[in-house]
Structure formats: C-alpha cells, structure tokens
Ligand binder design. Structure first.
Ligand SMILES: [Zn+2]
Ligand SMILES: [Zn+2]
Length: 251
C-alpha cells in the first residue's frame, strides 16, 4: 500500500523521464526513462575520443586526453554524464538498485552495437572498487551491479573484487587535478592476481571524469600482471563546467 505522503508527493511532483522530462506513464512509476527514450536511448555515437569516449571532431583523442599518458589502451562510455545525471543519482544515492539493472541492459546494448569486438576481447570484466566504509554506507557498489548485468547479457566473465580500495580517500571532486593524483597514490590493491595474470581486463565504472581513478586502477592491474586494460563507463562528463562541479560524487 502506498502511503498518503507518497501519493501526495507524486501528485505534486509527478515522475518525469530523466532524459526528456516528459511525464511518465503511471504504471511505470518506478522507471526513470519514458518508453520513447528507453526505445531510443540517447547513446554517444559518431566520432569519439578513443580513450574516454567524449565526442570529438575529426580527431582520435579529445583535448583532455591528448596530453595524458593513460595506461589503458582504449576506453568508451555509453552516455554523456549530462544526459543521465538524474538517472545516475537515483541509482547511486537513492538506492534504486533496479535502475542499475536497467542501465546495465543499456550498457550491454551499447557495447555490442558500438564496440562489437570488446566483449570477446575481454577475458575478465571487473569494477572500480569502493572502500569498505562506503560500501557499508551505500549497501552496494554501483559499478559491480552494472558489471553483473552486463556480464549476464554479453556472456563476459565478471569477477567481482579483483581490485580493492585500501584507503578511504577524500572524494576526488573536492580536489584540484594535482591533489587528485596524490590522493589516489597507493590506494588500490589487487586482491585476485591469479585471475588477471596475462589477461585482457575490461574495467568498469559509472562516471569518467578526469580518468585519474581509472588510471590508478589500471596501474594496479598491470602491476599485478594483467596483459592489457580497457575502460568501459556508463557515462563520461562532457561539459567543461561539470569538471569542477561538486555534485559529481566520484567515490
Ligand atoms: Zn524520455
Ligand atoms: Zn578523451
């Protein structure tokens, strides 16, 4: 039974599609995308940076990745962060676990459509880890949920917990670029070295911002013996003003 408070809230703030803002059909109240947006997801297509997946004009790398020596050899993202901001927040912070399952379905669709070779390339699919404190607080690792769904639909081999976060760091978004690097030094460890030795690893996260977290995770994977690492993110931050914005909680 729905409480009076819930019903009233819905009356005053009827649920809207996270992408186009249209009112959602009542029976789909738990969904955050309208049927139209679900049928034609606003995927990032066309020319994209081969490291982070941001749209580019006539170039293989975006201006942010051009001067960085990323250790992963390729990366991609299904959506721009700006398009999916509300959906991601609902999933991460409000505990809409089923939203994660639906998002992973879209991630599978995108990967098979845009990067058809990747699912067979990857020997192991794993996620950027959360520290135990955050995991306890949130109850789940959003990236791990996305991996589970993605593996189910693509047949990839998901091994959770290959990486572990040894130190509970400050949120990356509260720091400047130089501090971000320092903040993450020696933060990650490889808990399952035997699984990744000599293997192709596809590393998954929900948001690609500056890439510092993914870089440190990749460093740890390569040190532990992985042959090659590629990155797959649900979304990539595309608007310049969002890089310094505090609402992007990078855990
Ligand atoms: Zn919509
Ligand atoms: Zn890039």
């Amino acid at each position: 039974m729905r409480s009076v408070k819930e019903t009233l809230k819905e009356f005053l703030f009827p649920p809207r599609c996270a992408v186009c803002g249209s009112l959602l059909p009542l029976e789909k109240e738990e969904r955050l995308l309208c049927p139209d947006c679900l049928a034609h997801p606003p995927f990032l297509t066309g020319e994209k940076c081969r490291i982070c997946g941001r749209p580019v004009d006539n170039d293989v790398l975006c201006h942010r990745c051009r001067h960085k020596d990323f250790l992963f050899t390729a990366g991609t993202a299904a959506f721009s962060y700006e398009t999916m901001q509300e959906e991601i927040a609902a999933f991460k912070f409000h505990g809409y676990r089923h939203e994660g399952e639906r998002l992973s379905h879209l991630m599978a669709e995108y990967l098979l459509q845009e990067h058809p070779g990747w699912a067979t390339w990857a020997d192991v699919l794993t996620e950027v880890p959360l520290h135990a404190n955050k995991l306890r607080f949130r109850g789940f690792n959003q990236a791990e949920i996305l991996c589970e769904g993605l593996a189910k639909e693509t047949g990839m081999h998901h091994v959770p917990g290959v990486l572990e976060r040894l130190v509970d760091t400050l949120p990356q978004n509260s720091l400047k670029a130089a501090q971000r690097k320092e903040n993450l030094k020696n933060v990650f460890g490889a808990a399952k070295k035997d699984v990744i030795a000599g293997k192709h690893v596809l590393l998954l996260d929900d948001i690609f911002t500056t890439g510092t977290t993914l870089q440190e995770c990749t460093r740890t994977l390569l040190r532990a013996g992985a042959a090659e690492v590629r990155i797959y993110c649900l979304s990539v931050v595309c608007k310049e003003e969002d890089f310094e914005q505090n609402s992007i909680e990078k855990t």
